[in-house]
Structures are given as C-alpha cells and as structure tokens.
Write a protein that binds this ligand. Structure first.
Ligand code: PLP
Length: 379
C-alpha cells in the first residue's frame, strides 16, 4: 500500500515511458494487421531499426534476455564447462545451468570489474567449451585478450551484453565482438520493451538457426530441428521498442547530464571511488556505481542504510556474488579464495540512482546525504 504521508521512494532506476499517445498508432497498426506474434511486421521492423541504430548486421529478438542467453548457448551447441563471472546478475549463470552446462567462476579485474583474462585462462580445463563474460555496467570487457584466449584454446565467446546497449569500443559496436552478444530489454535497462531481449550474431545462417530455436526449433511445417524453445517477442513489445527507439538519444543525453553532475560533486571525496569507462569506449550511463573503500568514514552497508532510511533506494549491484547463492556455492570455483577481487568489490559497490526523469533537485538531495553522512561520521 502507498503511504501518502511518507516521502516518495527514489528508485535506483525507473523505466522510461514515452507519451502514451505515441504508442496508440502502433497498437492500431497491430489491430489492423491482425498479426500479434511470430515474426510479425513490427518485429521485423524493430530488428531492422536496431541493426541500424546499433551498427550490427544480424539481430534476433527474444521475449526476454534470459531466454536469449539460454538459446545462444544452444545455438552454438555448447556442452561441458563455461567460464563466467560471479560479478553479474544471477541470470548469466542460470542460463548456463539451464543448458546442463557446468559454470566455472573466474575472478574479475579490479579496474574494469569484468572477467580478468589471466584468470579466464587459468580456469580452462579439457572440458571448457566457451566463455561467457559480462560487460558489467556497460563497460567493455578486454575483448581483444578474450579473443586471443578463445582462439588459442578453440573456445566460443558469448557476451552477456545486457548492460551494454549502444556502447561502442574503438568505433565499433561492442556487440560485434565474440561469437554472439546477448541484450536484455527488461524495464530496468536503458532501452526496454517492458520485457525483451536479443541475440546479435555474425552471419545469416546463424541468425536463421537462432530464429528457429526461439520458435520451438520449427524449420517448416513438418520439420523440427534441435531442442527449440518459445522465446518469441510479440508485436506489442516490438511496437513499444519502436516508440522507445525514437527517444534513445534524448534519454542518453539526460543520463549523461546526471552522470556528469555526480562526478562533479563527488569527485575528490576521500574513499569514494567513481567507476570509469575504458578510455576507448563510449559510455551509455546505464548505472552509476561507486566503490565505498576503507578510506570512506562509513562502510558500504552503513552508507546503504543511511540512504535507504531517507527513501533513496540505492542498490548493491552485485551483492551477493552469484557464486555465493545456494544454487552455486558448492562449485569448486565458487570458493572465496578463488574470487578475492569479486568478493571485495561486491562488499564495496553501491549503485546510485540514475534514470532520465531523475530531477536535479532530487539528485542533489542524494549527493547531500552522501556528503553529510561522511562529514558527520568523520567529526
Ligand atoms: C537484466 C540482465 C539479464 C537478464 O535479462 P532479462 O531480460 O531480465 O531476462 C541477464 N544478465 C544481466 C547482466 C542483466 O543485467
């Protein structure tokens, strides 16, 4: 129940919703087409629009990002073991498990917060078939080092790019690295279709295979190839994506302003480390993570509690680590000694609110709380 007397909670993120009027003509179009799902005209239109916007050639839309991750592993016939990061949203590892594959956790790099290539290489066994890294917070992985490792050991690379919509690395879409990249269009992501996702792949033949897999493996009326699933995006989702796409430049600019304001006001605060993108990549401002280090007067959890008590719904992305959950903690690679950097970062990270509709006044209130609690504690 809502409580009107309490100050409204400021969420860490809020889905961007374009004016409803813009959505209505698309709905009318669906009613006119009488085509509600299964590779409909709007689905097709969104695939083309996204290819252009993102600068990629082949994209297959899905009903959500998790099914896209699961299907990506299926499409490449991955078995055995897959090396992945414990510092991500739990869906990354779930997708591996749902394929009957054993996830193997490797530690992250303390600067990028993405899989450390040296630790990937150390985790390879004769059963390893693929690597599933995550571009955490939209910050590119060391894609070149990962490519070299994959070539050396004949491994596939599937990037969980759920955070990386629109990110470019050395003038190239980050989605064009590896064998495949998987996007999520969930409501919490910077481009969303309420629920949704996609696989970006390298060639038309693979796209055809993915499109069949997401439609039960149906090839034609009498032929089913492989163990397909229902991962189709429907026309209402696609319509919403087309509307949303017209706003991505404006929402990106709004996020950039918020990011900059945080950086201006929080720069130089002792013990607060502001996460930065790689030099060669463009930011999408999907998240605003800070590391609360021991030099800060409060621990991460104390700062979290202070903000929460004042209705600021900051989040500890990603804490606990995936490797700490009961479903995965018994894996040999899940032991803390194997993941010291991820362990430490997950104890220090705090994501501050960032979304296009966040007002400057509210943002200043958040920053004031951070600064004031630090001063009060230090005194
Ligand atoms: C959101 C997210 C997913 C899952 O996407 P859904 O569309 O919610 O299924 C997977 N991996 C990461 C890193 C995510 O942030």
């Amino acid at each position: 129940m809502m409580n009107d007397t309490k100050a409204a909670v400021v969420p860490v993120t809020q889905p961007f919703l374009p004016p409803l009027e813009e959505f209505m003509p698309w709905l009318e179009q669906i009613w006119k087409n009488r085509w509600v799902t299964n590779d409909g005209p709007l689905h097709h239109q969104l695939e083309q629009a996204l290819c252009e916007h993102l600068g990629v050639e082949y994209i297959s839309l899905f009903s959500n990002g998790t099914l896209a991750l699961i299907a990506a592993l299926q499409a490449l016939d991955i078995t055995g073991e897959v090396i992945t990061t414990p510092f991500s949203f739990v869906a990354t590892t779930h997708a591996i498990h749902w394929n009957g594959i054993k996830p193997v956790f490797a530690d992250i790099d303390p600067v990028s917060l993405n899989l450390d290539p040296a630790r990937i290489e150390a985790a390879i066994t004769p059963a390893t078939r693929a690597i599933m890294p995550v571009h955490v917070y939209g910050n590119p992985c060391d894609v070149e080092a990962i490519e070299r490792i994959a070539q050396r050991h004949d491994l596939k690379v599937i990037y969980d790019a759920a955070h990386a919509f629109g990110v470019r690395f050395r003038e190239r879409s980050i989605l064009s690295f590896g064998d495949m990249s998987v996007l999520s269009f969930h409501g919490t992501k910077i481009f969303h279709t309420f629920e949704g996702g996609a696989i970006v792949c390298r060639d038309a033949q693979m796209k055809r295979r993915i499109d069949q897999l997401k439609n039960f493996g149906i090839q034609d009326e009498v032929t089913v190839i492989g163990h397909g699933i229902n991962g189709k995006m429907n026309e209402v989702q696609a319509a919403f994506g087309l509307v949303q796409l017209q706003h991505v430049d404006a929402t990106h600019a709004a996020r950039a302003r918020i990011d900059q304001h945080y950086r201006e006001r929080l720069a130089g605060v002792k013990g607060l480390h502001l996460h930065r993108m790689l030099a060669d990549s463009s930011a999408n401002y999907a998240y605003f993570p800070v590391l609360v280090t021991p030099e800060f007067p409060l621990s991460r959890d104390e700062l979290y509690a202070e903000l929460r008590a004042r209705q600021i719904a900051v989040r500890r992305y990603f804490y606990p680590l995936i490797s700490a959950f009961p479903a995965y903690c018994d894996l040999a690679s899940a032991v803390r000694e194997n993941l010291p950097v991820a362990e430490q970062i997950s104890q220090q990270v705090l994501c501050l609110p960032i979304f296009p509709m966040l007002e400057r006044e509210v943002q200043d209130r958040i920053i004031d709380i951070v600064l004031a609690t630090a001063v009060a504690r230090a005194a």
